[in-house]
Design a protein. Structure first.
Ligand code: P6P
Length: 335
């Protein structure tokens, strides 16, 4: 029987063998994984746990909060605030940063998360997930402010997500490729089920919300139109389409079998660069995709090179199979 490698053993080996992650970062990642297990339990209860439906409140994005959005946020805060590895946290569900209370030791890391992405799918039993990103607190000044978070995604030291679907799977990078861990509910631990994840350079599958087509700008319209022309058009091959409306699930598919995911700028909100959030959705997903051999741009530049100006900044997202992302990005350069 092959030895099962737990998340803990994988992280210890990354720390010991590759010297990639200090013990404080390993601790942080194990705490986040434990919190995801707790969220998975709440999600799996569904109606039986009285956790479906809305909480009757709105978040900083102006979105109606689901009960599970708030539960997931609280689980992550409570799991991470006492460990001594964090200075502060930021969440899609909180207006401002959450500084670790003085009663706990302060650490050197900053944790950002979307506690439950895709929450419009909760009540219809479709996969949702937690997305997280880890930065180092800049050296020097005591205390921590929102400005400390405003670092380009290229400075992440860890990034990942946990998808709550038919399986609960944690997907993680610390800069040495992408690994996937499936939750063994009998043991209550995440077990390594894939490492060195690679995204095929080419694909015949795109993911975009087609109902927004009339609102897209010309380069995106051109790219999708060519895909729709299939083998009779300039691409010379047919394409399939998927749209789960849950970024974690769509990105998980792309990491598993390739594809391109796009949520581009559109003229419905012309003054916003896109719908998705840069710091705790696009950045962690972009690093995972790049670490798996894919690419991620906003149509004009590498997403990981964007320096944020505000915590809840939005961004246009095109990520996945490298040759497709490069193609749609090149269309932005020519038009
Ligand atoms: P639409 C979920 O609300 C989310 O932030 C992403 O997970 C998902 O890709 C996107 O929005 C879906 O947006 O406009 O298709 O409902």
């Amino acid at each position: 029987m092959s030895t099962k490698i737990s998340l803990t053993r994988y992280l210890v080996e990354q720390q010991r063998v590759d010297g990639l992650i200090p013990s404080q970062l390993r601790l942080l990642l194990e705490v986040v994984a434990r919190a995801c297990k707790g969220i998975s339990q709440a999600v799996n209860k569904g109606a039986l746990g009285g956790v479906l439906g809305t909480a009757g409140t709105e978040n900083v994005q102006g979105e109606v909060q689901k009960k599970l959005d708030i539960i997931a946020n609280e689980v992550l805060i409570e799991a991470n605030e006492w460990g001594g590895h964090l200075a502060a946290m930021a969440s899609e569900e909180m207006d401002t940063i959450y500084v670790v209370p003085n009663r706990y030791p302060q650490g050197e890391y900053l944790l950002l998360f979307d506690p439950l992405d895709g929450s419009s799918n909760i009540d219809v039993n479709v996969s949702i997930g937690t997305i997280f990103s880890v930065l180092k607190k800049p050296e020097g000044l005591a205390g921590v402010t929102e400005a400390d978070f405003l670092q380009p995604g290229a400075r992440q030291v860890a990034a990942g997500y946990c998808v709550y679907g038919p399986q609960t799977t944690l997907v993680l990078t610390v800069g040495d490729g992408v690994a996937m861990f499936t939750l063994d509910r009998e043991q209550g631990s995440f077990v390594l089920t894939q490492e060195n994840v690679r995204i095929p350079q080419d694909t015949q599958e795109f993911a975009i919300n087609m109902s927004n087509m009339r609102h897209w700008d010309a380069p995106v319209k051109r790219y999708i139109d060519e895909c729709l022309q299939g083998v009779t058009g300039p691409r010379g091959k047919d394409f399939n389409m998927r749209w789960i409306a849950s970024m974690v699930a769509d990105v998980h598919r792309i990491l598993t079998r390739g594809g391109i995911f796009m949520y581009p700028w559109d003229q419905r909100e012309p003054n916003k660069p896109g719908k998705l959030r840069l710091m705790y959705e696009a950045n962690p997903m972009s690093w995972l995709v790049e670490q798996a051999g894919g690419a991620a741009t906003n149509g004009r530049q590498r997403i990981l090179d964007i320096t944020p100006t505000k915590l809840h900044e939005r961004v246009s997202v095109m990520l996945g199979s490298r040759n497709e992302v490069q193609r749609v990005t090149s269309y932005h350069a020519t038009l």
